[in-house]
Write a protein that binds this ligand. Structure first.
Ligand code: ADP
Ligand code: 5GP
Length: 216
């Protein structure tokens, strides 16, 4: 599914990385995703479609494509999603075409999706997918962050907290598991993971030509 990726370290072609960040809501994955995108010009965000109502401060087409249920169903029926899932009584899905375009353009793609999406993407693209799970330092801190964000009603926060333990239960289907205590340190770890994954031999499809030249 991934296309050739003209990039580091010596201009070798390589396969694009599908880099997945998941966490219980409020653990800080959007904050890490924002920092990662700002610090890395080879990475693009996959913007999901969702039926959930827009939050204050969110922008349609930037944070999500906000669509109604009818439109979402139509997209699912037309196979426009790489994956989709029910989360918190709403539907969320990853539009296929932009991801394919980004990979074709030689970019890596960042996904902020839940464990169901990570599982579906892995079934589809296997070794091109890198899955990172972010844990909060404690459940008390998770609730503090959800309340501190100031974007959800008490009822929505209670539902997110009620689901958090169930999401955390999927920690062992991820390649990397990090505790987001200090935001900067956690971000640096995520960045290191991405850089190391890009350097994996199995992704460096252009390496063989270079090796042959070295040997000739
Ligand atoms: P998620 O995307 O996982 O739902 P967010 O990135 O929106 O979580 O973070 C939830 C809230 O917690 C935000 O207000 C954010 O500023 C704050 N936050 C994120 N990471 C940390 C951290 N390491 N320490 C303290 N607060 C944090
Ligand atoms: P939120 O409503 O807080 O933005 O997101 C709720 C949950 O939905 C988060 O766990 C987020 O990772 C997940 N999510 C967002 N977009 C997608 C998507 O396209 N597919 C899947 N499976 N989950 C998503």
């Amino acid at each position: 599914m991934a296309d050739k990726n003209p990039s580091d370290p010596h201009g070798f072609k390589r396969r694009g990385v599908l880099f997945v960040l998941s966490s219980p809501s409020g653990a800080g994955k959007s904050t890490i995703a924002r920092k990662l995108l700002a610090s890395d010009d080879g990475l693009s965000m996959s913007v999901s479609a969702t039926t959930r109502p827009i939050r204050p401060g969110e922008q349609d087409g930037v944070d999500y494509h906000f669509v109604d249920l009818e439109k979402f169903r139509e997209m699912a029926t037309n196979h426009e999603f790489l994956e989709w899932a029910h989360v918190f009584d709403n539907r969320y899905g990853t539009p296929r075409a932009p991801v394919e375009e980004m990979l074709s353009a030689g970019r890596d793609v960042l996904f902020d999706i839940d464990w169901q999406g990570a599982q579906q993407l892995y079934q589809l693209a296997g070794g091109d997918v890198v899955r990172v799970f972010i844990l909060p330092p404690s459940m008390v801190e998770l609730e503090r962050r959800l309340r501190g964000r100031g974007t959800d009603s008490d009822e929505v926060i209670d539902r997110r907290m009620a689901r958090a333990a169930g999401e955390i239960a999927h920690w062992d289907s991820y390649d990397y598991v990090l505790v987001n205590d200090d935001a900067e340190q956690c971000f640096e770890k995520v960045r290191t993971i991405l850089q190391a994954e890009r350097l994996k031999r199995s992704r460096q499809t252009g390496l063989i030509g270079f090796i042959r030249k070295l040997q000739s």
